[in-house]
Design a protein around this ligand. Sequence first.
Ligand SMILES: Nc1ncnc2c1ncn2[C@@H]1O[C@H](COP(=O)(O)OP(=O)(O)OP(=O)(O)O)[C@@H](O)[C@H]1O
Ligand SMILES: [Mg+2]
Length: 467
Amino acid sequence: MPMASEKHVLDLDNPEKLLRVLELMLDQAYLGIVFVDPDGIIRFMNQQYEELIGVDRKETYGKHITEYFPDSRLPVVLKTKEAELGWKYHYKGRETLVVNRIPIMKGNQFIGAMTQCIFKDISELREMAGKLDLLETKVQKYKRASNDLLTPKYNIDDIKGISEPITRLKDMALVYAATENTILITGGTGTGKELFAHSIHHASTRSEGPFVCINCASIPDELLESELFGYAYGAFTGAQKNGKTGKIELADGGTLFLDEIGELPFRAQAKLLRVLDEKRVERIGEVLPVEVDFRLIAATNRDLHFLMDQRNFRQDLFHRVSTITMDIPPLRKRIEDLPVLVNHFLQGGSIRGMKITDNALRSLMTYSWPGNVRELKNALELSTCLVKKGDPIDTDQLASHIIAGESKIFHNIDRDDLKLKKKVKANEVQSIKSALSLCRGNKSRAAKLLGISRSSLYNKIKQYSIS
Ligand SMILES: Nc1ncnc2c1ncn2[C@@H]1O[C@H](COP(=O)(O)OP(=O)(O)OP(=O)(O)O)[C@@H](O)[C@H]1O
Ligand SMILES: [Mg+2]
């Protein structure tokens, strides 16, 4: 007894049965199809076409196409043997059809032509175009939304510095990245908090997911909630018609970077806390919450303890976000990073390949850098504009407040920095270490860079036990 599959093959080997199957298939097609021989005689019509003209198809076989379609252009196609695609055709003054007329060859032999009726009614085409339009709008919408889904711009190797605190923080960042904990990054403006946030996401198991940034300081209070939590269809007047996906929802599967969290309005703080606890977000005006799986990295250059004292930052939220805290020290407290950073900035960007004199570098190292690394980067960029092509940056090209750095230091120091002796010693040690590392251990060059004699450098190395 033949196997089931063999039986099917046998069935299709029988030309009559195969023809019947093809006929059935054509009857199921969405298109209306009519086939005529080279003389314009109807030889086949599928069910769709039969329904369209409302005549039993068997009756039409053997008759000329113009008997049913007096203004048919099939006779023209039979003559020209050129296809006509996407033409409109007014059928008996009723519907406007959209048709293709296609000549058919069997090898070199011309065997006839067919009409495919693509849309029985042009309104179907309009409907389809409308759907495509809607689809296009949706694609545009998602494209726009995905622009917000940032891939991180930096990774851990982009954080330059050789100081003990930076090296330690970079190591810790990699350890923390592997966890799911919320991380709070604190530190003065321009210290590199954003750099760390990007790097942590990049090194985490969520790196393939979205990295969504929102800067609480740059969005007006009244808009911040809708940005963060999104809103439902028709939530309020002026809202987008279809509602809006909030940044938290967009961060699903990835990381939400909440920059300047200290600026988050009080009401939104309570809402954020609930989202963090419940791992669910409720769009404004929506009843059903949506599950979200994101890791929060928050950053601030504000003193959150001070804000809590002022009742501007919620204690419960602080405890929730500060399980892991990374405090990035100001540049002046890790001044040995400065030569490395200078070197890094002078190699890249608009100031590629520029040099700097020892004197200028010494001035940079004695300045307090209240704007930290960002200020350093900007200062170097500014100096390069003043330098003649091919010359190195010298003190003349540094801003006067940088050269007169000492006086500025006292405007920007912390209370404990006022212990002058301690500060002078710490600064000396840091400067010597940096100079030595910059001069790759060459003490004569380092002494010159520091502006002291070789013997006093030796004395200080001994006095401070610098290795
Ligand atoms: N260690 C570093 N290595 C290389 N570039 C750095 C480093 N730290 C900061 N930068 C650069 O300094 C600039 C400021 O850094 P970033 O934006 O991360 O600072 P921030 O701490 O977020 O500051 P703010 O509190 O003002 O937002 C950026 O251009 C960044 O690339
Ligand atoms: Mg920042």
